[in-house]
Design a protein around this ligand. Structure first.
Ligand SMILES: Cc1cc2nc3c(=O)[nH]c(=O)nc-3n(C[C@H](O)[C@H](O)[C@H](O)COP(=O)(O)OP(=O)(O)OC[C@H]3O[C@@H](n4cnc5c(N)ncnc54)[C@H](O)[C@@H]3O)c2cc1C
Length: 375
């Protein structure tokens, strides 16, 4: 099918913010074959462009003067089965939460259960190496296929070649905007009906443990972990169908340990974590004294400097709930939220204010985790 190019397309429903913006040029990519056709479109190859999944990690500050390519590459294909593990190629345009539910709940395959309900597409998961509750997509990742825009070649990248780190990969850093990820392969464990996972979710994940308690004592099956995570996330995070957000707007800052210790004087309740992980149960064994760099929880610091939309009595904080339209999420201060009717500009200005306030209070320059696009 020929690729259709639209002009001045309204993309309000193409991100998770629910805020209106348009794109000068827009097309849906439905097949890999269309890519060679797209390479002949000068507005795409020479102008400014943006590859868009669900927009769950992207904020357009205003109308986009360039070309938005929305990925709609579908399909799930069994690649290998060695008796113990099954590997699948998954199209970059598949919905991540749907695919995770399918593998865990329908196929009883283990590995992705902790990444339940992370909004977005499969192609964006390796891009920023999505992670939560001690699991990252790289744990089950095998390889991906990507289209190099400059040469028109389809290339494969192994896990090592992707250069994954905390919320990062080569595609988000030195190879940004060079490739279109077309499909991703994951290796998942075949679980028997009564196969218990060995992981013990305890200690730092008190909130997760609370939802796991309904299944008794650990260890838990992948399906139980999936269910507990779905309940926890539904409780704690804004539902994308109701409130606009990008989840955490900023990554947790990684700073020298000496600076973190200095900050402790200002914020005595602040926790410090190894820079390699975050509230992971394995961190119990890590000696922070030996680390030059550590990670600190951005959400906690934002709360300390006043970024709560509601106080403990449920009253709105007028400063942070600017114009009644955009503010920090009431249960997690790192999450900028469209409470209804905010424009893209309102959200952008609020996020910049967050960044500035944190810098003024701590001297820490916080890079946004979300992709902020300013035209
Ligand atoms: C409520 C909420 C909770 C969240 N919780 C988490 C969480 O727990 N952990 C976490 O890690 N993230 C979380 N996020 C962030 C978000 O879910 C992930 O970053 C997700 O991977 C974004 O997917 P997307 O398809 O929406 O990406 P988009 O926002 O559409 O794109 C993100 C980036 O990837 C690029 N991109 C997308 N698809 C492709 C492709 N096929 N090829 C090349 N480049 C591509 C885009 O150009 C852009 O640079 C949360 C977001 C929300 C709204």
């Amino acid at each position: 099918m020929n690729i259709q190019i639209h002009e001045n397309k309204d993309l309000t429903n193409f991100t998770t913010w629910g805020a209106k913006f348009t794109s000068q040029y827009f097309a849906e990519l439905d097949s890999v074959e269309q890519l060679s056709e797209l390479r002949k479109v000068s507005e795409f190859t020479t102008g400014r462009r943006f590859i868009l999944g669900k927009g769950a990690n992207t904020l357009f500050a205003n109308d986009f003067e360039g070309f938005v390519l929305h990925i709609n590459l579908r399909g799930v294909e069994l690649a290998e089965d060695d008796g113990e593990f099954e590997s699948y190629w998954v199209g970059a345009g598949e919905d991540w939460p749907t695919i995770v539910e399918y593998f865990v709940m329908q196929k009883n395959l283990g590995g992705l259960e902790s990444l339940a309900l992370v909004p977005g597409q499969v192609g964006a998961a390796p891009m920023q190496n999505i992670a939560c509750y001690g699991a990252t997509q790289e744990d089950t990742f095998v390889e991906l296929e990507a289209y190099e825009i400059a040469t028109g070649e389809l290339k494969r990248f192994s896990k090592d070649e992707c250069d994954f780190s905390y919320r990062m990969s080569r595609f988000k850093s030195y190879d940004k905007d060079k490739y279109i990820i077309t499909r991703v392969k994951y290796r998942l464990k075949k679980l028997g009906a009564d196969d218990k996972r060995v992981e013990v979710y305890e200690s730092n994940y008190e909130s997760l443990q609370y939802f796991l308690n309904q299944f008794g004592k650990p260890p838990y099956t992948a399906q139980q972990i999936f269910s507990a995570i779905v309940e926890l996330r539904n409780y704690k995070l804004p539902k994308v169908s109701e409130f606009g957000s990008n989840g955490s707007m900023f990554a947790n800052p990684i700073i020298p340990r000496a600076q973190a210790e200095e900050l402790l004087k200002q914020f005595p309740k602040m926790q410090i974590y190894p820079h390699t992980g975050m509230t992971h149960y394995a961190n119990k064994d890590v000696n922070l004294e030996e680390m030059e760099l550590v990670k600190i929880p951005g959400g906690h610091i934002f709360e300390e400097i006043g970024y709560r939309t509601m106080d403990k009595y449920g009253m709105w904080n007028p400063k942070m709930h600017k114009s009644g339209k955009v503010g920090a999420w009431r249960k997690h201060a790192l999450i900028a939220t469209n409470y209804g009717g905010a424009t893209s500009r309102d959200i952008y200005e609020f996020v910049m204010q967050m960044k500035q306030d944190l810098f003024d209070a701590t001297g820490i320059e916080l890079p946004p985790e979300s992709n902020i696009v300013v035209s």
